[in-house]
Design a protein around this ligand. Structure first.
Ligand SMILES: O=C(O)CCC(=O)C(=O)O
Length: 226
């Protein structure tokens, strides 16, 4: 399968088909069924062996190997699940927070928060630019299923405030890629993105991995649970 790397570099996202075989997806669905869900899914999956094995397997995909820098490690995995019982939306935003082991006082580290027992911080854009989100789809995600809408090329502006985000979306438009079961939507965390409530009755389960460098600046470190 030919993936244009320039596409990922310029657009800040790309769909990579058939990263995980359908039978493996079915196995993963079995594992996530045992997990406690919050309103949108679950965030602490990387402490599970099956999840770390899946991250390694995803990482071996040749097209992803060209996108995710060599030496990167999986630092986060979040299940984003939409279902007829739990339908939700997120308005346009960038992913600004990363999970870390402990608090480090520094002017450039802002927005400290706790989610499901994990500490998060918003580091400067340079740190976020070293990360790649790899969204593995466990269900076919097409029209009406509440898939991600992304603004092509919006990752090059650093951190964007709400007014500038609205301007950039108006200038560049947004796309809602079709992503099938077993495919990956790879994305820079700084790409502006949003998703609507599903309009049709369907499951939309996505495992959102984040890959990053093994070490962090500012004396920060990734959580122990990895
Ligand atoms: O999965 C979605 O629809 C939204 C996920 C999201 O907003 C995020 O990755 O920050």
């Amino acid at each position: 399968v030919k993936i244009s790397c320039g596409g990922f570099r310029d657009d800040g996202f790309a769909v990579i088909p058939e990263v995980i075989p359908l039978a493996y997806c079915e196995e993963i669905v079995g594992y996530i069924q045992n997990f406690e869900r919050s309103a949108t899914g679950a965030r602490t999956l990387l402490s599970e062996r099956w999840c770390r094995e899946l991250a390694a397997s995803v990482r071996r995909n040749p097209a992803l190997a060209r996108i995710v820098p060599a030496g990167s490690v999986a630092v986060q995995c979040t299940l984003f699940e939409k279902s007829p019982g739990r339908n939700w939306l997120v308005s346009i935003h960038q992913d600004l927070s990363i999970p870390v082991k402990e608090r480090v006082p520094h002017d450039e580290l802002i927005g400290w928060s706790m989610k499901e027992g994990v500490l998060f911080v918003q580091p400067p854009a340079g740190v976020l630019e070293s990360l790649t989100a790899v969204r593995l789809h466990l269900d076919d995600c097409g029209s009406g299923t509440g898939g991600l809408r992304v603004v092509p090329g919006s990752h090059v502006f650093g951190r964007i405030g709400p007014e500038r985000a609205a301007e950039i979306r108006a200038e560049r438009g947004e796309v809602e890629p079709t992503v099938n079961r077993g495919d990956v939507l790879a994305m820079r965390p700084l790409v502006l993105h949003a998703s609507s409530k599903a309009r049709i009755s369907a499951l939309r389960r996505v495992l959102h991995f984040v890959f990053g460098p093994p070490t962090l600046p500012f004396g920060l470190s990734w959580p122990d649970t990895l």
